[in-house]
Design a protein around this ligand. Structure first.
Ligand code: NPG
Length: 373
């Protein structure tokens, strides 16, 4: 397949509710949408980076520079989705950008060949059990109101963002409000330190499904200590950047659950390798979210249709995020979302909505000959 043109648009999509984690506040989802035009037709992907390098090193402006100067130029000549990672392999980092380029090219290839992404990846289910991730609110009452609303919408798993000072009291109150049957898990986004191990271990009294990434990315040691101190499964997100890192974390006892986000690990094919490594070690996985548009959520649903995605994923229905999306809506059915079956990501991109949400646009023409980075 030959790429004629790559378009990167910065989209600003208003969120229905602000989303606050221990690290950041988003009132609008600002990220990049990649479109590739090939000799076999177009393909799209979400490029999940934010305005600031907080969740990871990449951010919107650094990514625009990287796309223009090193990543798109490396894609000259004949490419296929499966060859993108190798073509970009000499570039260090930039995993979200690499993931989006790989996915957009794969999307074009699969749309042209009539195969769905789920079929291509080896998916085995036609619906994916999903949950909702709720940000930090002003008051516990406000949080409980949101939780009750989402349960009424049909979600059966709730994830709460926590941070020191906003944790045990609200977990206890939410658990009391929802009863023992609803799956409840918490995510620290790295806000705790090694001094908090005993404090976090106490959360096991609230019947949590998992405790996600309480310590910073590089602090595997505290995760190992916590995992040894509590019966609540410890899940890693930010700390896992590749299948090799997943294996090392599992073997060291740092986690017994893994959150897989393609943008964090450099692509859907590396995401599948992490799925396979975890399956071989009997470690269940689930798909994380970065407030993706319908394009990214469709692709994440395809990934989460693989067999070892045994826990509910952070891929919520359209209403949880946007009043207007750039694809058709996703609606919850019995706590699950259907896996798209059409070619590629299986969704139709609403070009008018894309235009309306665009705040900046870059156009690139790959060179005829690959650049050697
Ligand atoms: O439903 O997409 C979703 C949100 C899931 O909590 C969620 N994402 O830390 O995992 C996270 C968090 C996040 C969102 C991180 C945006 C970075 C950016």
């Amino acid at each position: 397949m030959l790429i004629h043109h790559v378009e990167a648009r910065v989209l600003d999509m208003p969120l229905r509710l602000p989303f606050r984690t221990s690290q950041s506040l988003e009132v609008s989802r600002r990220a990049i949408l990649i479109r590739v035009d090939t000799d076999r037709g177009p393909g799209w992907a979400d490029l999940a980076v934010e305005d600031h390098p907080i969740f990871g090193h990449e951010f919107i402006e650094s990514t625009r520079l990287a796309l223009r100067t090193v990543l798109v130029p490396a894609l000259a000549g004949e490419v296929s989705g499966a060859r993108v990672a190798a073509a970009l392999g000499r570039v260090a980092g930039h995993r979200a950008a690499k993931s989006a380029l790989e996915m957009a090219i794969l999307d074009a290839q699969l749309r042209a060949s009539g195969l769905s992404l789920s079929e291509y990846l080896g998916g085995t289910r036609d619906r994916v059990r999903v949950g909702v991730s709720i940000g930090i609110t002003e008051t516990v009452d406000e949080l409980i109101g949101l939780v009750e609303g989402y349960l009424a919408d049909g979600y059966s798993r709730i994830k709460l963002k926590v941070q020191p000072g906003w944790d045990e009291i609200l977990i206890g109150r939410v658990r009391a409000a929802i009863g023992d049957d609803v799956e409840l898990q918490v995510d620290g986004n790295g806000a705790y330190t090694s001094a908090d191990v005993a404090h976090l271990a106490r959360f096991e009294r609230y019947g949590l499904t998992m405790l996600e990434q309480p310590f910073p990315t590089a602090d595997l040691r505290s995760h190992i200590r916590l995992a040894a101190a509590t019966s609540v499964p410890v899940c890693l997100d930010e700390s896992i950047g590749s299948a090799a890192e997943a294996l090392a974390a599992i073997e060291s006892g740092a986690c017994s659950v893994v959150n897989i986000k393609p943008a964090r690990v450099g692509g859907y094919l590396e995401a599948r390798r992490i799925h396979d490594v975890c399956a071989a070690a009997s470690i269940p996985v689930w798909c994380g979210g970065m407030l993706e548009s319908g394009v990214g959520r469709a692709q994440n649903l395809a990934l989460a249709s693989l067999p070892n995605f045994l826990l509910a994923s952070d891929i919520s229905a359209t209403d949880r995020y946007f009043a207007r999306d750039i694809t058709e809506r996703f609606d919850l059915v019995d706590g699950a979302l259907p896996v798209p079956t059409g070619p590629g990501s299986g969704v139709t991109v609403d070009l008018e909505a894309v235009e309306d949400f665009t705040v900046a646009r870059d156009d690139y023409e790959p060179a005829k000959e690959p650049s050697h980075v």
